[in-house]
Ligand binder design. Structure first.
Ligand SMILES: O=C(O)COP(=O)(O)O
Ligand SMILES: [Mg+2]
Length: 215
């Protein structure tokens, strides 16, 4: 049975409140103003180091401080990755239904892998996934398709259906030439119709049917 591989932030979970808490803890300690949630949301998608770079740019900080600030934000995030993070409605039921049909499930996120694993464990999602590839495992990040292919290989497969929420995910699937199912309620910046996609859904109850339609 073909595997289904999921993105994490903005697809399975709304994690921005914890990302914002970690970012703001470090930035306010530096004497900088805190960011609101929509602004932090606009920084998400290409990993935590990139999120910190975008935040530094917004506050006009010296890029020479990036390594130090990125390490501080990662430490703050790893200390509390899940307290404010919520699973989107219907996710658990959809994962159960796909597994019951025999689909191996994978997770491919740009979030640093250790933090992603902590988050999955804290929210009781870890047991659903047969392979998890996060940021830092290999040098490449999505939209480079290499992390997605690594996840698919770890599932013992040569193809998959990819499910994500963002421009980065759509580009990743396109580069990999794999079917892409777009979750429309995540952190996408442009209109859903503008992203290359196989199909889109706004409710996880629709996902098992959409996957079945690809077979
Ligand atoms: O960490 C990010 O920037 C985005 O993470 P994602 O790949 O799970 O959406
Ligand atoms: Mg995402």
């Amino acid at each position: 049975m073909i595997p289904v591989v999921f993105d994490l932030d903005g697809t399975l979970v709304d994690s921005v409140p914890d990302l914002a808490a970690a970012l703001n803890r470090v930035f306010t300690a530096e004497g900088q103003a805190a960011f609101d949630l929509p602004t932090v949301t606009s920084f998400v998608g290409k990993g935590l180091a990139n999120l910190v770079a975008r935040a530094m740019e917004a506050r006009g900080l010296d890029p020479a401080d990036h390594k130090r600030l990125a390490a501080s934000v990662l430490a703050a995030y790893e200390a509390e990755p899940s307290a404010r993070t919520r699973i989107y409605p219907g996710v658990t039921g959809a994962l159960d239904a796909l597994r019951a049909k025999g689909h191996p499930l994978g997770l491919c996120t740009n979030k640093p892998e250790a933090a992603a694993l902590m988050l999955l464990r804290d929210l009781g999602l870890a047991h659903h996934f047969d392979a998890v590839v996060g940021g830092g495992r290999i040098p490449a990040l999505k939209p480079d398709p290499a992390p997605l292919w690594l996840c698919i290989r770890e599932l013992g497969a040569e193809s998959a259906i990819y499910v994500g929420d963002s421009e980065v995910d759509a580009e990743t699937a396109q580069a990999a030439r794999l079917p892409f199912l777009l979750y429309t309620e995540g952190y996408r910046k442009s209109p859903a119709a503008e992203l290359p996609q196989t199909a889109a859904f706004s409710d996880f109850a629709e996902l098992p049917g959409l996957v079945a339609a690809q077979l």
